[in-house]
Design a protein around this ligand. Structure first.
Ligand SMILES: CC(C)(COP(=O)(O)OP(=O)(O)OC[C@H]1O[C@@H](n2cnc3c(N)ncnc32)[C@H](O)[C@@H]1OP(=O)(O)O)[C@@H](O)C(=O)NCCC(=O)NCCS
Length: 174
């Protein structure tokens, strides 16, 4: 992980935390991915814009199981969350490519409700970078808990998370 850059993300009231150079080369049809050589900036952003959040949900695929057509609900999800970590490209526009939305007491536990990386930026280490940044924000006394979609189970295992055989929940009805 690189040092801490001192730049600010446009007008976003972000606390810039760390920048990581994405070096993996993803090539499709001989054309390097646009973000192949971009730096990725991880930040805690309390005031993430609802349209940006929605776009990443949709472009990651997670939008299929999140209320992307209910703006009021999305807005509430953002305003009531107290740890939102973003991944943005370090280039003009600071495009949002990933987000982790968490609810935590910063003392004992944290629930990670959404971890999403745009499809165009997946498999470049950004999901792991968001997890790492969330954990860094929380510190070692806080456990990070989440419910994975089936397709992401391997990702969380690869990230070193332990599976809970005895977790329980009441499912929301809608
Ligand atoms: C799951 C997701 C967040 C992972 O983010 P990502 O940026 O693509 O993953 P990373 O590049 O950080 O991957 C880190 C490691 O996990 C591996 N990995 C990534 N996705 C994986 C998957 N679905 N299954 C198994 N391993 C996976 C990578 O190959 C990489 O391995 P390496 O350390 O050997 O190189 C992202 O693919 C995504 O947004 N998916 C759609 C939405 C979703 O399912 N979110 C999770 C909801 S619970």
């Amino acid at each position: 992980m690189a040092g801490k850059p001192s730049v600010k993300l446009g007008s976003t009231p972000a606390c810039l935390l760390s920048g990581v150079e994405v070096r993996l080369s993803r090539v499709s049809d001989g054309v390097p991915s646009m973000i192949e050589s971009s730096r990725v900036l991880y930040a805690r952003e309390a005031g993430l814009d609802v349209a940006e959040f929605r776009r990443v949900l949709v472009e990651s695929g997670l939008g299929a199981i999140r209320p992307v057509d209910d703006e009021a609900r999305l807005r509430m999800m953002l305003s009531a969350a107290n740890l939102i970590v973003t991944a943005r490209l370090d280039e003009p526009g600071n495009s949002l490519v990933g987000v982790a939305r968490c609810v935590t007491d910063f003392s004992w536990c944290c629930y990670l409700s959404e971890l999403a990386v745009c499809a165009s930026a997946q498999n470049l280490g950004i999901g792991k970078g968001l997890l790492d940044e969330a954990r860094r924000q929380l510190g070692p006394s806080v456990s990070l808990i989440l419910a994975s979609v089936p397709d992401a189970v391997g990702f969380y295992e690869r990230a070193g998370m332990a599976k809970l055989p005895d977790a329980f929940w009441y499912k929301r009805e809608y």
